[in-house]
Design a protein around this ligand. Structure first.
Ligand code: F0G
Length: 361
């Protein structure tokens, strides 16, 4: 059979840069190739060209699909029958979907009461076994490591190196589209797999001669969940951006390397700044992202208004390219987007004068 269009996910697009062979059964939902959207308003504000890498348009609504196509393909290749992950909601959604696609069983371990409804429903509809622990993400990941230690299940968290391999393809796409790496890349940081993966991708395409430069990597953590920024484990992380409510990131070391090698920085944004940036993006650019994703744009605003001492942005010339990754779709967490806002329709009778009156109100 000829390859079908829908089989063109990140593995087929970037096969030569990924650890797959002809024997690897590719499990794909046509992830990746997400839009890199130019933002005129952010560009004007930053006096640089600002682009948004809109990862919410992946099949399960977040960047996790890039890593999951790799992790699931390799799990299937190894003969695994069950995959397991800890999650703040997006990894579990992706794991459940790709496991369904692969015909594998999937179990997800989640912090009870801390997963947005949109993400929780994904795990259920894709058919995962859902366990909610009385603990946080860091506890869930500790338990998953234990479950995986005897080899009976395949762990598909980003401690699985194939996840990082898949996620690095976002950098490849950005370089392919811009013709070079951007001068600055800004992204939210939770478990720190993504910043690690982006940096790996940028370095690999630079080494392959596809980019002339490497970007400064700027990571933003939520102020109440900022272990890397504070350089200590946070035992009780808190933030409205539940996706990055993490106190002891697995890829801490990878983030530190990315930041130091790229002469970047790690900084924090408050929940208020995150939710403001989320609303700003939706109102002004027509792009609805989940709270954690808005941390990158809130971070850009902070870099412009009150940069951290190590922030490299001010040394970047006018007209340079900045990419902000917005990691997940806004519909993942509609409750948080509604909270504290007066979003209620204007009730009207089903006649034209009532509707006109409502429109004038
Ligand atoms: N943005 C979103 C929407 C996320 O879901 C996550 C992580 C991040 C940013 C941070 O990425 O962990 O690679 O630094 N979500 C994980 C999960 C932890 O379980 O879905 P990271």
């Amino acid at each position: 059979m000829k390859p079908l269009l829908h089989d063109r996910g990140v593995i087929s697009r970037y096969r030569e840069y990924l650890p797959v062979t002809a024997a690897t059964p590719v499990v794909s939902l046509n992830e990746g190739s997400t839009p890199l959207i130019h933002s005129p308003l952010l560009s004007e504000r930053a006096e640089r060209n600002v682009f948004l890498k809109y990862e919410g348009l992946n099949p399960t609504g977040s960047f996790k699909d890039r890593g999951m196509t790799m992790a699931m393909s390799k799990a299937a290749e190894s003969g695994a029958t069950t995959v397991v992950c800890a999650s703040t909601g997006n990894t579990s959604a992706a794991a459940a979907a790709y496991a369904a696609r692969a015909g594998l069983k999937c179990a997800v371990i989640l912090p009870s009461g801390k997963i947005s409804m949109g993400k929780l429903v994904q795990a259920f509809v894709y058919g995962a076994t859902v366990v909610a622990i009385r603990g946080n993400f860091d506890d869930a990941l500790r338990l998953v490591r234990e479950l995986g230690s005897d080899g009976s299940v395949a762990v598909v968290n980003s401690i699985n190196p194939f996840r990082i391999e898949g996620q690095k393809t976002a950098s490849f796409e950005i370089i392919d589209e811009l013709g070079d790496a951007p001068e600055v890349h800004i992204l939210p940081v939770g478990n720190a797999g993504n910043i690690t993966a982006y940096w790996k991708g940028y370095r690999e395409f630079h080494a392959a001669g596809k980019a002339t430069r490497l970007p400064h990597m700027i990571g933003f953590q939520a102020a109440g969940s900022a272990p890397i920024f504070h350089d200590r484990v946070i035992l009780e992380p808190e933030t409205a951006a539940s996706a990055i409510r993490i106190g002891n990131p697995a890829s801490w070391q990878g983030a530190t390397v990315a930041i130091s090698e790229s002469r970047g920085c790690i900084d924090i944004v408050t929940d208020e700044e995150i939710l403001e940036a989320q609303a700003w993006l939706a109102h002004n650019e027509g792009i609805f992202v989940e709270p954690a994703s808005a941390a990158s744009v809130a971070g850009l605003f902070k870099c412009l208004a009150s940069p951290a001492p190590a922030c490299p942005l001010s040394s970047v010339p006018a007209g340079a390219n900045i990419v902000c990754t917005v990691t997940g779709h806004g519909l993942k967490d509609s409750d948080t987007a509604m909270r504290g806002r007066n979003y209620a329709p204007i009730e009207a009778e089903a006649d034209i004068s009532s509707v006109r009156r409502a429109l004038q109100a």
